[in-house]
Design a protein around this ligand. Structure first.
Ligand SMILES: Nc1nc2c(ncn2[C@@H]2O[C@H](COP(=O)(O)OP(=O)(O)OP(=O)(O)O)[C@@H](O)[C@H]2O)c(=O)[nH]1
Ligand SMILES: [K+]
Ligand SMILES: [Mg+2]
Length: 501
């Protein structure tokens, strides 16, 4: 952030003072609290590119001065009311646009500060002219990425998990991501962690009271037993929250689905069918795909990152061997692997089919032991029997998805199965407790649980050390919600925000 120079501060304050002296403008300009040394910032908050309406936001003590200078507002302006105004250059008075202006009196604004919004026409020249005009005002400067949200955080309008939820909401691409992000932004996750913090604080207070007063027999012995059971209860709850199989994180970042199998099975054809464009090269030549081809999809509201990979076979070609190595690596990291099999290769004897498919599965996922069989594999694997249009008779195989990338026969059924798998992998963002959504939260929660172990470890030997364990657990929870040591993580979080948010 730019240092707030005295010159800037004084000029902004001077303008405000002059403005406040005008009785006609009173409704607009009287700050709700003493003018602080925060600079006034502005940014285009709507997306870039040609659009019907663009929103420019202003926040900080000089916001009312901005409205006066650029929208000619000398009358009292009621907060949160849109007014159609001529928007002019403060120096030349040239008309820049006609648009809506809104005034938000602090602390009743997103940032908690006096704020204003200009809803202008979305052409690049209009936007540039308005931004330039704003920049020409003293004490007003362009905002940095995430600076509006940072100010909202510092004003106590949002906790850190809410800030992260807001960031996710801005980046949400699918319905389920939007639901999860909105829930987090509404504070549900933050409240869960704060409830745990509150209970830990009670435990800590009781242990410390016991340390200080038990010798004078001013406190009952039962207190420590209560703390024991509270700590155990909290550990159980945190561990249950941690044992979510990364569903919330997966929904946030997208489910990794990998297409794998033998050469020419129709893997690239499947990718193209699913993303409805020729993203990968399809050809009758075995070994066509070498690099990983990625595309992102929305499957029934859930985000999927789909990768096509090189056909698995031994090859003397070093480039193809590298492709196969990358394919295997991708399968290892995948949440779900679509094992594509050319169904014309199925053995004619139905009794031999399970062994044949098992063989294919083990080729793709060697980590699955043959003893574990298809049942254990079923969580991470979906069999796709492609080229069904070439089959003369149905082999009657229940667990597999028969499909033809040529005729799209079976595509609907396959998509239904795929969607239900993806849904299971992400969980329902609206049901049950809010999901753990970030690796950062997971790390602090794990450290919290470890610290609580210290409580049990020292409980009967050294109560001061046991109390330290509880205090440490609290610190880690506080780091998630931003109540402890927020500064060091703020930069990381706000870096992911766009300018204007
Ligand atoms: N009849 C029929 N042919 C198909 C179908 N799907 C794919 N093919 C054909 O099978 C051949 C191989 O298809 P690809 O999609 O390139 O197969 P691949 O698994 O990606 O092959 P590699 O990248 O070489 O491993 C092509 O000639 C496709 O046109 C299908 O459903 N029916
Ligand atoms: K091919
Ligand atoms: Mg291919």
């Amino acid at each position: 952030m730019l240092p707030c120079t005295c010159g800037l501060w004084r000029s902004a304050f001077h303008t405000l003072k002059t403005f406040r002296a005008s009785p006609s403008a009173r409704g607009l300009c009287i700050p709700t609290r003493a003018v602080c040394d925060a600079e006034t910032i502005f940014a285009l908050s709507s997306g870039h590119g040609r659009c019907g309406v663009a929103v420019v936001r202003v926040s900080g003590p000089a916001s009312s001065m901005v409205l006066r200078n650029m929208a000619g507002l000398t009358q009292a302006l009621p907060p949160r009311t849109a007014l159609l105004r001529r928007i002019t250059d403060p120096q030349s008075k040239e008309l820049l646009d006609r648009g809506l202006v809104l005034w938000f009196k602090g602390p009743h604004s997103f940032t908690g500060e006096d704020s204003a919004e200009f809803h202008i026409h979305g052409g690049p020249a209009v936007i540039t002219a308005v931004l330039q005009a704003l920049g020409s005002l003293e004490g007003v400067r362009p905002a940095e990425a995430g600076e509006f949200t940072r100010r909202a955080f510092h004003a106590g309008k949002l906790g850190l998990t809410e800030v992260e939820g807001l960031g996710d909401l801005i980046h949400a691409e699918t319905e389920a991501q939007r639901r999860q992000a909105l829930r987090q932004m509404d504070g549900e996750l933050g409240r869960l962690y704060q409830d745990w913090s509150y209970r830990l604080k009670r435990c800590l207070a009781h242990v410390e009271a016991f340390i200080d007063f038990s010798e004078d027999e001013l406190i009952e012995d039962g207190v420590l037993n209560q703390v024991d059971s509270s700590v155990c209860q909290l550990e159980t709850e945190i561990e249950r929250h941690l044992k979510d199989e990364r569903r919330g994180e997966r929904l946030r970042t997208g489910v990794q689905v990998v297409i794998a199998g033998a050469t020419n099975a129709g893997k690239s054809s499947l990718l193209n069918t699913l993303c409805q464009r020729p993203a990968a090269i399809v050809s009758p030549i075995a070994g066509t795909t070498r690099d990983i081809v990625e595309t992102s999809l929305d499957i029934g509201g859930f985000p999927v990152l789909l990768s096509d990979t090189a056909g698995l076979r031994d090859s003397s070609d070093s480039v193809e061997r590298e492709g196969v190595r990358r394919a295997r690596q991708r399968v290892e990291q995948a949440d779900l692997t679509l094992v594509v099999v050319d169904s014309t290769q199925l053995p004619p004897d139905p009794q031999l089919v399970p062994a044949f498919l098992q063989e294919h599965l083990s080729t793709v996922l060697p980590s699955l032991s043959p003893e574990a069989g298809m049942k254990a594999a079923s969580d991470r694997v979906l069999l796709v029997l492609n080229k069904s249009d070439l089959l003369r008779e149905s082999p009657g195989l229940p667990p597999a998805c028969f499909l033809s990338c040529y005729t799209s026969t079976g595509l609907e059924d396959f998509l239904t199965v795929l969607q239900s798998r993806v849904k299971t992998l992400c969980g329902d963002p609206l049901s049950g407790a809010p999901s753990l959504t970030q690796a950062r939260h997971r790390a602090h929660l794990q450290q919290s649980v470890q610290a609580l172990n210290q409580y049990h470890q020292y409980r009967d030997q050294d109560l001061a050390l046991a109390a330290e364990g509880v205090r440490l657990a609290l610190t880690h929870l506080g780091r998630i919600t931003g109540r402890v040591g927020a500064e060091e993580i703020l930069d990381i979080i706000f870096r992911d925000f766009c300018i204007g948010k």
